[in-house]
Design a protein around this ligand. Structure first.
Ligand SMILES: NC(=O)c1ccc[n+]([C@@H]2O[C@H](COP(=O)([O-])OP(=O)(O)OC[C@H]3O[C@@H](n4cnc5c(N)ncnc54)[C@H](O)[C@@H]3O)[C@@H](O)[C@H]2O)c1
Length: 257
């Protein structure tokens, strides 16, 4: 058995694209701990792959959700409500920016590129929490995924840093608003992990190498370490923690050089 038992707990994970997705590492750990999951997939192109992954978990269901579409968000939570009744956790592991906005000059970010990045990567947390909250009748835990580029300049990260700053602010705002319902909202600030989204960032491999050299633990993190932190955040072991940005980055964020 897992060190933390989530038997009988149910929740929704947004952001599985493939077996390298951080959301997939989280899904596996939560399922191994006994939780029942609904996984959403972004579009039809990803459906079969996410279905195959979900088949390896006990009792998982999959649902379509393009999170930039309010009707699809509503439909996910309607179906989750019907299938699960109540839920106790929600994982937001979604981000997108146009490739041209993840390289070159930040000053050249266009209005539409800015809108898309902020909409998909930050705004979406708000309606997801708004729709999840009524299903979290016994309290709940919401986890978003962020990166240190919200606070410091990472060349190449550009508008995604702006989006992560907005996401982290939204985490605090939502934590304050839903705390009275015993719904906790936190973000994990992960060190670099090679995923589909990460590959879109110009200079990602160099950044990953520098992290490993400078981090106190002298290595990069692996997705399972993020997933274990998510397990802790989904459990009552973290009952006193909300509105926090928790670094899982081998300590990189404490270093000045
Ligand atoms: N990989 C890293 O180094 C790293 C570090 C820190 C934070 N993060 C964050 O972790 C989260 C997950 O990213 P990942 O690295 O696992 O990459 P990933 O590509 O596996 O996951 C990104 C997910 O976002 C989904 N998505 C994009 N647009 C969407 C939309 N409109 N509607 C619904 N889903 C949509 C994709 O389908 C995909 O599943 C992101 O928020 C990312 O910024 C990643």
């Amino acid at each position: 058995m897992y060190p933390i038992d989530l038997s009988g707990k149910k929740g929704v994970v947004f952001g599985v694209a493939n077996d390298r997705s951080i959301a997939w590492a989280i899904s596996q750990v939560l399922a191994q701990a006994g939780a029942q999951l609904a996984l959403t997939y972004h579009n039809d192109r990803l459906k079969d792959r996410v279905a195959r992954l979900a088949d390896t978990l006990d009792d998982a269901i999959i649902l379509p959700c393009d999170a930039s579409d309010d009707e699809q968000i509503e439909s996910v939570f309607r179906e989750v409500g019907q299938a699960f009744g109540e839920i106790s956790f929600l994982v937001h592991s979604i981000a997108f920016a146009n490739r041209e906005d993840l390289a070159g000059r930040f000053a050249d970010t266009g209005r539409e590129g800015f809108r898309v990045a902020l909409d998909v990567s930050a705004y979406t947390l708000i309606p997801l929490v708004r729709h999840a909250a009524p299903l979290m009748t016994g309290g709940g835990s919401v986890i978003a995924m962020t990166f240190e580029a919200s606070q410091k300049v990472y060349p190449g990260y550009n508008v995604m840093g702006t989006a992560k700053a907005a996401l982290e602010h939204s985490v605090r705002q939502l934590a304050a608003e839903f705390g009275g319902d015993n719904i906790r909202v936190n973000a994990i600030s992960a060190g670099p992990i090679e995923t589909l989204a990460a590959r879109g960032i110009h200079g990602f491999m160099d950044m990953k190498k520098i992290h490993a050299e400078r981090a106190p633990l002298k290595r990069n993190i692996v997705a399972e370490e993020v997933a274990n932190t998510a397990l802790f955040l989904c459990s009552n072991m973290s009952s006193g923690i909300t509105g926090s940005i928790i670094p899982v980055d081998a300590g990189y964020h404490i270093m000045a050089v």
